[in-house]
Design a protein around this ligand. Structure first.
Ligand code: PMP
Length: 422
């Protein structure tokens, strides 16, 4: 399958992070916390659809809702009740979101969020934090790592990021000063940086809120990963800080489908009101053939009702903290040059080249031992464990995961760390 793929798809994969040596496996089916490949190997899946599947694969409530919708039609092109119901649901769960609109991906949601901010503030510059990821949208696909000047992709319009200011993650004072000085339309950030699984400092985020208020710069939380993963109200509920705009993806559509959404303050979102602002120069214009698709909206509605009940978080956060604690013990017991970060149901062991003083994003990323990460990924795979990304191994715990899968991951990690020290 891989050989066939390489002839027709670049590198044989639809995105680079799905590639690993000697070749990726191909999934045949998935259920609960398991993924099955073409050779019928079963993996405990912590990749979990790029973190989207909080409820696991094929949750019966989602499957039933989707089956029912399939009988009724699944691409209408016109309005449907499920987009309204999902919007009502999200605005109830996430207090800063008074209005919301849906699209097909997190990347697209961020595109709209920036446009809203620019239209609202009538400013051009935007701020993003170094090392934070917001999809492959040109103005935001810069400064994803260190050095921040390094291009993230070939083929970018050299002018596409001329209004983007990459803010120095880990240096709150410098960030606050730049916001005060630069008259930016918005600052966008992740509250828990996905791949590296590093939570932003709470005091820093509170300070950012105040500085953005003073500078009349909109604060955008990219909750594409954290939305509904950390709590029904997203990371912002867990942090106790509200944004002006929030972007969602993944879990907002139940996790099984392509989706994105941007929501926030009514006065900002109203710039998308095509009835109120018929002139295109005054309206943030939306598009998309499949936006608000009834299948996805219905799955999202059912999923958010389950998130709302709260027992999901009791379970995934309990197992998440067990995993984080167990990984920390494994690092300590083996005295490996590694450390652990995480939040709630997101966990990561960082395998390091050098000793670091502080577990901050920049130190962790710039000292990552990429070869060791690849070896760790493969080690886990041979033990029947699929962690997320072959070059930045981390884990998403979801509802169907059990104690046994956590134990198995901890044992495999401890064995790896022990053998890597030899
Ligand atoms: N923002 C964050 C924080 C993400 O992690 C991602 C993707 N993992 C995106 C945006 C882009 O979302 P999508 O892949 O749905 O375009």
């Amino acid at each position: 399958m891989y050989e066939r793929a390489t002839r027709v798809i670049p590198a044989g994969v639809t995105r680079p992070l799905r590639y690993f040596e000697p070749y990726p496996f191909y999934a045949k089916k998935a259920y609960g916390s398991s993924l099955v490949d073409f050779e019928d190997n079963v993996y405990a899946d912590f990749w979990m659809g790029h973190g989207a599947l909080i409820l696991g694969h094929m949750h019966p409530v989602i499957v039933d809702a989707v089956k029912e919708q399939l009988q009724l039609g699944f691409h209408f092109g016109v309005c449907n009740e499920w987009e309204v119901k999902l919007a009502e649901q999200v605005t109830r769960l996430v207090p800063s979101v008074k209005m919301i609109t849906f699209n097909n991906s997190g990347t697209e949601a961020n595109l709209h969020a920036i446009k809203l901010a620019r239209a609202y503030t009538k400013r051009d510059k935007i701020g993003k934090l170094a090392g934070h990821f917001h999809g492959v949208l040109e103005p935001l696909f810069v400064g994803g790592g260190w050095p921040t000047e390094e291009p993230e992709s070939a083929g970018h319009d050299p002018l596409s990021a001329k209004n983007t200011i990459v803010l120095p993650t880990g240096d709150p004072d410098a960030i606050y000063q730049t916001i005060k000085k630069e008259q930016m339309a918005c600052v966008i950030l992740e509250l828990v940086v996905g791949g590296a699984s590093v939570p932003a400092d709470k005091e820093f985020v509170k300070g950012l809120r105040e500085v953005c208020n003073d500078a009349q710069t909109l604060l955008i939380f990219d909750e594409v990963i954290t939305g509904f993963r950390l709590s029904p109200g997203g990371a912002q509920e867990a942090y106790g800080v509200t944004s002006d705009l929030t972007t969602f993806g993944k879990a907002i559509g139940g996790g099984e489908f392509p989706v994105g959404a941007v929501g926030g303050r009514e006065d900002v979102m109203e710039l998308m009101n095509s009835v109120k602002h018929p002139k295109k120069s005054e309206q943030v214009v939306r598009g998309g053939t499949y936006v608000g698709n009834p299948l996805i909206m219905r799955a999202g509605y059912e999923a958010t009702k389950l998130y709302e009940k709260g027992d999901v978080y009791k379970q995934i956060n309990r197992l998440g903290s067990k995993l984080i604690k167990g990984l920390e013990d494994a690092v300590q017991d083996t005295r490996a040059n590694a450390c652990v970060t995480g939040y709630g149901s997101i966990a990561k062991v960082h395998l390091l080249k050098n000793k670091i003083q502080k577990k901050d994003l920049k130190s962790l990323v710039t000292n990552a031992d990429q070869q060791a990460e690849k070896n760790y990924f493969r080690h886990l795979l041979t033990r029947g464990i699929l962690a997320m990304t072959p070059s930045e191994v981390h884990f998403y715990v979801s509802l169907p995961h059990g104690e046994e899968e956590i134990e198995k991951t901890l044992t495999a990690t401890e064995d790896f760390l022990r053998s890597a020290r030899k």
